[in-house]
Design a protein around this ligand. Structure first.
Ligand code: ZN
Length: 100
């Protein structure tokens, strides 16, 4: 059995670009269903970007998500279908809605 040891980078490794890149999502893993990916993100209370066709498929009230009034539309990759959208909907968890 192979045991993977954690590797800790030194302070010089963490440039501003690497810090930004570490927060970028790699997208949905191949083989995972879109709904499962969106639910995984919502379990982690991450912000979601959904296109017009994926938005009605996500039960935002049950998951505790709201749409920010000051950010009604965003550009980016839909977390459901993984397509780029110019008019995506940003959903954030209720806990963090007042902090943004
Ligand atoms: Zn979509």
């Amino acid at each position: 059995m192979n045991v993977v040891q954690p590797f800790i980078h030194g302070a010089k490794y963490w440039t501003p670009k690497r810090i930004l890149d570490s927060g970028e999502s790699s997208g949905r893993p191949s083989g995972q269903l879109p709904g499962s990916h969106v639910l995984d993100l919502s379990d982690l209370k991450k912000a979601l970007t959904l296109c017009d066709s994926c938005l009605p498929k996500f039960d935002s009230k049950t998951a505790g998500y709201v749409t920010k009034k000051n950010l009604p539309l965003v550009q980016g990759r839909c977390d459901g279908c993984q397509e780029m959208t110019a008019r995506g909907h940003l959903l954030v968890n209720k806990e963090f809605a007042d902090l943004m």
